[in-house]
Design a protein around this ligand. Structure first.
Ligand SMILES: O=C(O)CCC(=O)C(=O)O
Ligand SMILES: [Fe+2]
Length: 256
């Protein structure tokens, strides 16, 4: 009966447990899904048919709707309660020696002791929250891949954005896809080939543009992040927030 929801009985940040809080997503699932496992199996079968392949030279991605709207709504609400975003120096990055404010809010969660370093900031993983564990496990079920870390980005509206980059840090396991789950406002997402950027670009390769929907999962498979940069451009007409979770596998001291 309960298979859609997290089986964890951990405490939330404020010390309460699942039972005390009756998380919204748990109630939603009970109301909507009293067929239990049968319904989940049916859902997973439908889900497995919905993958779309996105391919270009050196780019290999898969896209699907992982969570139906009601469940995605519940997960979004739960994350708004659970996630504690970084403050102070951790909200700044260094690019070519210059310091910038990150134009969005960020948090990092993962297995104990993991650290992720990018653009001059070193971010230590906070413990998994129940909802993040639930989403991580749903991604693992859907992809067969396991993850030990998640970077959480919260865009308050279309002014918040993420500049072009490649997630090619040395500590990322090159064999593991980066799994990007989106909740909230639909936003454009753009891939540009490394060699087709800038005034003196060497080649003319068309960008690949996607819309990342509420409840969607985008898998960036190897070697996408070797050859292509991606960004979440500002979109002034977007007035509502979005949360993005990128699940990753970090190799600590060369170990998986
Ligand atoms: O918000 C997004 O969809 C982009 C996230 C991203 O590229 C990242 O976290 O590295
Ligand atoms: Fe990225």
């Amino acid at each position: 009966m309960d298979t859609f929801v997290s089986q964890t009985r951990k405490r939330y940040i404020d010390g309460t447990t699942d039972e005390q809080r009756e998380p919204v997503w748990k109630k939603c699932k009970e109301e909507e899904c009293n067929q239990g496992i049968v319904k989940e199996d049916a859902y997973l079968t439908e889900f497995s048919k919905s993958w779309q392949k996105i391919e270009a030279e050196g780019l290999d991605c898969d896209y699907a709707l992982l969570f139906p709207k009601e469940e995605a709504d519940c997960l979004y609400t739960q994350l708004e309660e659970e996630v504690v975003y970084l403050t102070g120096d951790k909200t700044k990055i260094q690019v070519f020696g210059k310091v910038y404010n990150v134009p969005r809010k960020q948090a990092t969660c993962g297995d104990a002791g993991l650290t992720y370093t990018y653009s001059g900031v070193s971010l230590q993983a906070s413990p998994w929250t129940p909802t993040l564990e639930y989403i991580r496990d749903a991604v693992t079920k859907a992809t067969g891949q396991t993850f030990n870390f998640v970077l959480i980005n919260r865009y308050k509206d279309g002014h918040d954005h993420m500049g072009e980059h490649r997630d090619d840090e040395r500590e990322l396991d090159p064999l593991c896809s980066i799994a990007s789950v989106s909740l909230g406002a639909v936003r454009d997402f753009v891939f540009r080939h490394r060699e087709s950027r800038g005034k003196q670009c060497r080649r003319q390769i068309n960008p690949v543009k996607l819309e990342l929907a509420h409840g969607s999962l985008l898998l960036m498979n190897s070697p996408t992040n070797t050859h292509w940069c991606h960004s979440l451009p500002a979109r002034k007409r977007v007035l509502t927030p979005r949360i993005n979770l990128t699940f990753r596998r970090i190799l600590q001291d060369g170990k998986k």
